[in-house]
Ligand binder design. Structure first.
Ligand code: ADP
Ligand code: MG
Length: 696
């Protein structure tokens, strides 16, 4: 086939004939085209670069030798009935025998007189003969750089199905020959200033590194490219967003002061300041894009509700989206309390199975959708249903996304696009997972951030203890004592196994144990994802009203749930949860002036686990914990099990702080300074980066 016609969009089968079945295996790795293949990186390398002489091979030593084949034999092994290929080889210093089992084709590939590299583990049979069993082999080429399986840093890829390392390397080396990356997509100013190597060389080096140093350079370059792409995309989106037009919302000071006065507490200074920032943003005819970041229990909800009530007084609608039904219901209940009493029919809860107005009137989905469309309902609180169902808002002024890291980029976008009006809604996101600044930049691009650093006054720090199993009984006594003082207890259990997706099994087990054996006299209830909405609602309402003392639950109570009278968080198998997730659980307690306790149980005595859990007992600072989590377990864990908000990075890591900053700086520079690229060129660049990196 004439290779000149090939480019990165050609199918991989154009590189070499590939069986249909193998193509399926490649598809599983998301590799369809030559370009996809080039952006499929090794996960590690075997260093086979040192070439030894046979004489110097030690027993059990893994090494590479360069030898001549003296003869090739293939025969059927008498006992095992498989083909054995045996070759005798030598170099100037000695003789070496190599054998393979069951690989018929080897005797057709290797011929007497061939000069080859063998890489494998040497065994010393007698003082004269050394052997290697199933070594890697490759014929010696005229240039060391042409070797792809031996005598170099050899790439090792994650495989799928019947694909072998050798095949993948072979296809890769062909793909690199036709890669049309000779024009580098990045502006030459960046390449020069940062001393990045060119893309073509970077790809060559990442797959077949000539030396460690070059490999490092290639990695840096490719990571930068990925991060630059993301940064530029986010920054452009943020800029675009800010240039769109929105309803400018006046600040209704009188109404707000009235509301604030009627609260059972004083707002903290941080709360006042954040609210001020939000309201000021909203007076602009361009959309707000603000993230309220504050540790668990710092009081984010009330700020969002006040912003919504203010928007309502300007005849605008507010949509508030929470990640779980339980949380949506709780926000709804809280909003009912502070909402103007004569307007309760303008407030609604909208979840998958329940649609109800602020005056507790239950509506059909059809009716509620109609009322939202006509702007009769102004404040809508819900879950993902708000985007999934066919809701159109008449005048959507404000979108609030609670626990926003729980939502994917697309979901966050979808809720903003719900307005029939051409005006773009103001966007207020909230997160109780304080994330390191670099991470938030990578994940969310350029957001304005309001920080709630203070906790409301009068809160006592939560005491966290790691309890050894031998003291379990004391733990039970301890909570019984708290319950006698009319306080309440959460017991959280992880999933037992993968099949138990909703945790029904683990919760039921724990529930039975507590209910039958430990506390037969107490009213204990359980909560998991499989219960019906109204059952869940009743349990949460009853727990809120202190009708029973112990709630055994899955991680569904992880985010947001607010039961001020609960003072003990008892966590089973704590090793199964991420640090930040544990911190979230802990945030469910310590929500009033009572002393609160978080008790951790674990059977995992590993050092990593002990370090993590100890950190939790030592600090109540969510920021510190998420940084530590990032370091110990990687970014995914910060967000617990649901990572919808995280994009998949091909090569960069969220811990590549310095590169992220560099990428951010350059993205800003390139976007704002036309000397690098015109608008059009920039768009073209992003598009080509996206397709080349296979990011979209
Ligand atoms: P989070 O920031 O985790 O979302 P919430 O908004 O759920 O926290 O607030 C936690 C609890 O603190 C709620 O019961 C809320 O009513 C209460 N709260 C909020 N602000 C204050 C304050 N300034 N003083 C006392 N309690 C407050
Ligand atoms: Mg919250």
């Amino acid at each position: 086939m004439p290779k000149s016609n090939l480019n990165t969009k050609s199918p991989i089968s154009s590189l070499h004939s590939i069986a249909a079945k193998l193509e399926c295996d490649f598809a599983k790795l998301d590799i369809y085209t030559i370009g996809d293949l080039l952006w499929y990186f090794p996960w590690r390398y075997d260093d086979l670069s040192e070439i030894k002489s046979i004489q110097d091979l030690g027993e059990d030593e893994v090494a590479t030798v360069k030898v001549i084949i003296n003869n090739v034999k293939a025969y059927r092994s008498p006992r095992r009935k498989i083909i054995v290929t045996q070759i005798n080889t030598s170099d100037e210093t000695g003789k070496l025998e190599a054998v393979w089992f069951g690989q018929k084709f080897i005797s057709q590939v290797l011929k007497e007189g061939d000069e080859i590299y063998l890489s494998g583990k040497a065994q010393i049979k007698t003082s004269k003969t050394k052997t290697m069993a199933s070594p890697d082999y490759e014929k010696v080429k005229d240039d060391l750089n042409k070797q792809i399986h031996s005598a170099r840093l050899v790439p090792i890829y994650h495989l799928s199905g019947k694909i072998t390392q050798k095949q993948l390397r072979f296809l890769m080396s062909r793909a690199l020959k036709i890669a049309d990356y000779h024009d580098d997509p990045l502006p030459v100013e960046i390449l020069n200033k940062e001393k990045f190597i060119w893309l073509h060389e970077a790809l060559q080096e990442i797959h077949f590194p000539t030396e460690e140093k070059k490999l490092k350079k290639a990695t840096q370059r490719l990571k930068f490219q990925e991060l630059f792409y993301l940064q530029a995309k986010y920054q452009l989106a943020a800029k675009d967003y800010k240039q769109q037009s929105s309803f400018a919302v006046d600040i209704n000071n009188k109404l707000l002061e009235q509301n604030i006065k009627s609260l059972p507490f004083e707002l903290t200074n941080d709360q006042r300041q954040s609210l001020g920032e939000i309201l000021a943003d909203m007076t602009s005819p361009h959309p707000m894009n603000r993230l309220v970041e504050g540790d668990v229990g710092s009081g984010k909800t009330i700020i969002a509700l006040l912003a919504g009530i203010n928007a309502m007084s300007g005849d605008l609608q507010t949509a508030m989206m929470a990640p779980t039904e339980i949380l949506a219901q709780q926000h709804f209940a809280n909003t009912q309390k502070i909402f103007p009493k004569n307007q309760l029919e303008q407030l609604a809860l909208f979840t998958k199975d329940l649609q109800i107005l602020g005056n507790n009137k239950i509506l059909t989905k059809k009716n509620i959708v109609e009322a939202i469309k006509n702007n009769k309902i102004k404040f809508i609180i819900g879950t993902h249903s708000l985007i999934q169902d066919k809701i159109d808002f008449k005048k959507l002024g404000l979108v609030i996304i609670d626990e926003q890291h729980r939502f994917g980029v697309k979901q966050r976008q979808a809720i903003k696009d719900k307005s029939q009006d051409k005006e773009v809604p103001h966007l207020l996101s909230m997160t109780a997972t304080p994330i390191p600044r670099t991470l938030s930049l990578t994940l969310y691009g350029d957001l304005d951030i309001s920080l709630l650093k203070q906790k409301p006054a009068g809160r006592q720090p939560i005491k966290t203890h790691l309890i050894p199993d031998s003291k379990r009984q004391d733990g039970y006594k301890f909570i019984l004592d708290k319950i006698k003082q009319k306080q309440q207890v959460f017991v959280v259990c992880p999933l037992i196994d993968k099949s138990d997706k909703l945790g029904v099994k683990s919760v039921t087990q724990e529930y039975n144990k507590l209910n039958k054996e430990i506390f037969p006299d107490l009213d204990i209830r359980m909560l998991h994802g499989k219960l019906k909405v109204d059952e869940k609602k009743k349990i949460m309402d009853d727990f809120q009203n202190n009708k029973f003392p112990i709630l055994v639950s899955t991680s569904v109570i992880e985010v947001g749930v607010d039961i001020p009278n609960a003072t003990v968080m008892w966590i089973e198998s704590a090793e199964r949860f991420g640090l930040s997730q544990l911190h979230q659980f802990r945030g469910r307690i310590g929500r009033n002036e009572l002393e609160s306790f978080c008790l951790l149980f674990t059977t995992d005595q590993s050092k990593l686990n002990t370090t993590r859990l100890k950190a939790l007992t030592e600090t109540n600072d969510g920021f510190k914990l998420s940084e530590l989590d990032l370091k110990l377990r990687g970014a995914g864990e910060i967000f617990g099990t649901q990572q919808t908000g995280l994009m998949r990075l091909k090569i960069a890591k969220l811990s590549d702080t310095a590169l992220i900053k560099k990428a951010q700086k350059w993205a800003k520079e390139v976007i704002n300074n036309k000397k690098y690229l015109s608008q059009q060129q920039l768009q073209k660049l992003l598009k080509s980066l996206a397709t080349k990196m296979h990011l979209e």
